[in-house]
Design a protein around this ligand. Structure first.
Ligand SMILES: *[C@@H]1O[C@H](CO)[C@@H](O)[C@H](O)[C@H]1NC(C)=O
Ligand SMILES: *[C@@H]1O[C@H](CO)[C@@H](O)[C@H](O)[C@H]1NC(C)=O
Ligand SMILES: *[C@@H]1O[C@H](CO)[C@@H](O)[C@H](O)[C@H]1NC(C)=O
Length: 369
């Protein structure tokens, strides 16, 4: 090769990698995001479903869209967006169902998250349509083949195993929009004890994570279920006092989270070359809710955007909702989801925090493995 060619190659490499290596250390290649409305970046826009967030004022603080709604269930960035940015990704992973998720765009990863989705297929049935975890993995299997074509099979394996992080934020809907739904409705409480239901969830999640491993996922971060008894929706419909949360949903979350911890320990031992980091979302969000003033929040019980009852927690956020005057002062954006301000604090802890909130490695360490 002539020296001109070498210079050309060097320039191309710099142009390709310069914006990527923002922090110190290696940049993240791709982020493959699985989960529910906490991470959905627009997949439900393409479904006929009752669970949608592509209506204002959702996205009002999302810079990349100029404040327009994108399908994210919050006022700004999701935890998945912030983590990708901080670990050096040049672009947000596009939603799988969007026309943008083609060609080299998928080298940033792909987002499969879907509002209303859960571990179980039946979860979220009340929304008519949503993408459950099993289907999300079927979709990743499609992406997997596209990566083979884009990179060639051996480079694709390397890209997935070394440069990609697989995040899974799932489980809350299996309680909120399945198990805890009123009796005689579509919930599973009629036929199963909490122990049996949670056992069922863990068995299915084990199979799902193993499928991802078999498709060359190696660096995982799995979120546990947050304090779902403290969200404005649960507080409102159960009419609790100002600093009270609803007991049963939180008990179920704690019980599930204990089993999830054991599952990830087991998978770390049994799946060679894989690292499963546990994101302790429950304790992180509980800390924000309990000590909200310390973090600059004014409210951790009411939704900024929503209507109904003491905590604005009955009617989802939409164009006719009332909205708080300072969105950065609320832990909760709407009856179910944290605000961008809360997401920022949570994401920072997952990226650089210690084992109280993320273990056995934090996300920066996971990236650099
Ligand atoms: C798709 O790409 C176009 C052009 O780059 C952009 O304007 C649009 O917001 C993207 N859509 C999604 C859903 O990401
Ligand atoms: C969901 O449905 C598919 C196809 O019917 C099935 O293979 C899978 O095991 C189901 N998963 C769960 C978690 O029930
Ligand atoms: C991926 O798809 C292929 C068919 O194209 C199938 O044989 C394989 O079992 C699938 N893998 C997983 C983990 O679902």
């Amino acid at each position: 090769m002539t020296s001109f060619n070498w210079v050309f190659v060097l320039v191309v490499m710099l142009v390709m990698w310069a914006p990527v290596s923002r922090g110190d250390g290696e940049a993240l290649g791709a982020s493959f995001i699985f989960g529910d409305s906490l991470v959905d970046a627009g997949n439900n826009n393409y479904l006929s479903t009752l669970s949608k967030a592509n209506i204002p004022p959702n996205g009002i603080d999302f810079k990349a869209s100029g404040g327009n709604p994108t399908g994210r269930y919050t006022n700004g960035r999701t935890i998945g967006d912030i983590v990708g940015e901080e670990l050096g990704q040049p672009n947000y992973a596009p939603p799988f169902l969007s026309p943008n998720a083609t060609g080299s765009a998928i080298l940033n990863g792909v987002n499969y998250g879907s509002g209303g989705g859960g571990i179980m297929n039946q979860t979220g049935r009340i929304f008519v349509n949503r993408i459950g975890m099993d289907i999300q993995i079927d979709y990743f299997n499609i992406t997997r083949k596209q990566l083979d074509r884009l990179l060639g099979p051996s480079k694709a394996i390397e890209y997935l195993r070394k440069k990609s992080i697989f995040s899974v934020t799932i489980g809350a809907n299996d309680f909120l929009n399945n198990y805890l739904l009123p009796l005689l409705s579509v919930g599973e409480r009629i036929s199963e004890s909490p122990d049996a239901f949670i056992d069922h969830l863990i068995t299915n999640l084990r199979a799902q994570l193993t499928r991802l491993y078999n498709l060359d996922a190696r660096k995982f971060v799995i979120g546990n279920v947050g304090p779902i008894g403290c969200i404005p929706y649960q507080r409102t419909i159960n009419r609790v006092n100002q600093d009270e949360c609803v007991k049963l949903p939180n008990q179920l979350a704690v019980q599930y989270n204990g089993r999830l911890r054991d599952l990830l320990t087991e998978l770390n031992e049994n799946l060679p070359g894989a690292t499963f980091a546990l994101a302790n979302v429950f304790d992180l969000v509980m800390e924000l809710i309990t000590n909200y003033a310390k973090y600059g929040f004014r409210s951790s019980s009411s939704a900024c955007c929503g209507n109904g009852g003491q905590f604005a927690g009955v009617i989802p956020c939409g164009p006719t909702s009332s909205m708080c005057d300072d969105r950065s002062k609320y832990v909760f954006w709407d009856p179910y989801h944290p605000s961008e301000a809360a997401n920022l604090i949570i994401a920072k802890q997952l990226i650089d925090g210690d084992s109280k909130y993320i273990s056995p490695v934090n996300l920066r360490q996971l990236r650099d493995l």
